[in-house]
Design a protein around this ligand. Structure first.
Ligand code: AHG
Ligand code: MN
Ligand code: MN
Length: 343
């Protein structure tokens, strides 16, 4: 049964766990054995272990900086390192995975790219929104799954990762906030599962999420306002003045996952435009923008880099950055109109 709105399910409906849902979805992949659901179960196990630490971060020695900087030049938080290690461990034992890549590691981990059983590459942001950990703010995990290329490029493990976002076979995120919720898609709609701590299972709570066609929130780091390109300033000025037909409220957590999750459920727009510090954009294409764009489009939303569709970008490096603007049809159309106007 597919609910038309992304409202939480009523108690009358049967409990459907994520594992059951994945098995149902897997039937859509002819010839797929249990390997895909086995792969996804590695991600769900890891996120349950991560959430257990996130929930207790103030009680254990898991807060604060780990003392190292990652390839991004960012000070790694202990929880970043823990989340990365847990995902690497849980996914490393999945035989169907040939290549693993993470925000936290400069180079991909080539597990078994030569093996005939290795069919997938997984790339992830193990802990998104690290700056919010110490202040108990919402954080997330983001993942993207691609298939081994079916041409000679498969001999280069890097090429398994450097595919446009349209090639993703699955993508998802987990938001660790007032509850822990996983949203994923295998290309057949986007579905939300809330972790029930009493049974330790992700239970279907938001089937076939549809992003509203217009929202009342916009989400952007206003601190960067003076360095946005002119079209973004024009757009934000019009939005704030009510030119799009109604007033908006500003919401910005500073973690992509909860900021996007609100946009997914309530509509509106999230923007990380080019800035003086990040003229190519701050967010990473492979493990932030692509999976978020895949999920957004599955829910009827739109995701661009300001010029074109995120999912059409051909990546050149695994940590490549991009501007990311993602949201409802209405606001995205108004932004495109501002971008198209002569400077
Ligand atoms: P990460 O913690 O994985 O490095 O991601 C942080 C990102 C993203 O979560 C968020 O949208 C953005 O950084 C916030 O950047 P600003 O603090 O510059 O607004
Ligand atoms: Mn991130
Ligand atoms: Mn991160």
């Amino acid at each position: 049964m597919t609910q038309s709105l992304s409202s939480p399910r009523t108690s009358k409906q049967p409990i459907l766990t994520l594992q059951q849902h994945i098995l149902q979805e897997q039937k859509r992949f002819p010839g797929a054995s249990g390997e895909f659901s086995w792969l996804l179960s590695g991600i769900t196990l890891a996120t349950k272990m991560i959430q257990a630490q996130v929930r207790r971060a103030g009680l254990t020695d898991i807060l604060g900086a780990a003392g190292e900087t990652n390839v991004q030049g960012e000070l790694q938080q202990k929880l970043d390192v823990y989340a990365d290690e847990v995902l690497m461990h849980c996914l490393g034992v999945r035989e169907s995975i040939g290549v693993l890549a993470s925000e936290e590691n400069e180079h991909p981990l080539i597990l078994r790219a030569g093996s005939p059983d290795a069919k997938y590459a997984v790339v992830f942001d193990p802990l998104d929104g690290s700056s919010n950990i110490d202040v108990n703010g919402g954080v997330g995990t983001i993942f993207s799954i691609m298939k081994r290329p079916n041409d000679e490029s498969a001999s280069d493990p890097l090429k398994w990762l450097l595919q446009p976002g349209t090639q993703q076979v699955a993508a998802g995120y987990v938001v660790y906030s007032s509850s822990t919720m996983l949203v994923y898609s295998v290309g057949n709609g986007a579905h939300g599962f809330t972790l029930d701590p009493a049974i330790g299972a992700y239970v279907l709570s938001h089937e076939n999420i549809r992003m509203p066609k217009v929202g009342k929130y916009y989400s952007v780091n206003e601190g960067n306002r003076d360095s946005f390109p002119p079209a973004y300033s024009r757009f934000l000025d019009r939005l704030r003045k009510g030119d799009f037909g109604h007033p908006y409220s500003s919401r910005y957590i500073g973690s992509l996952v909860p900021d996007f999750h609100r946009t997914m459920l309530k509509g509106g727009i999230f923007l990380y435009p080019p800035t003086a510090d990040h003229p190519q954009g701050k967010l990473r294409l492979l493990y932030e923008a692509n999976p978020i764009a895949f999920i957004a489009e599955q829910a009827g939303g739109i995701a661009t880099n300001g010029q074109g569709r995120i999912l059409d970008i051909h990546p050149e490096s695994i940590h490549q950055r991009t501007p990311l603007i993602v949201g409802s049809e209405t606001e995205m159309r108004e932004l495109a109109r501002c971008v198209a106007e002569p400077r």
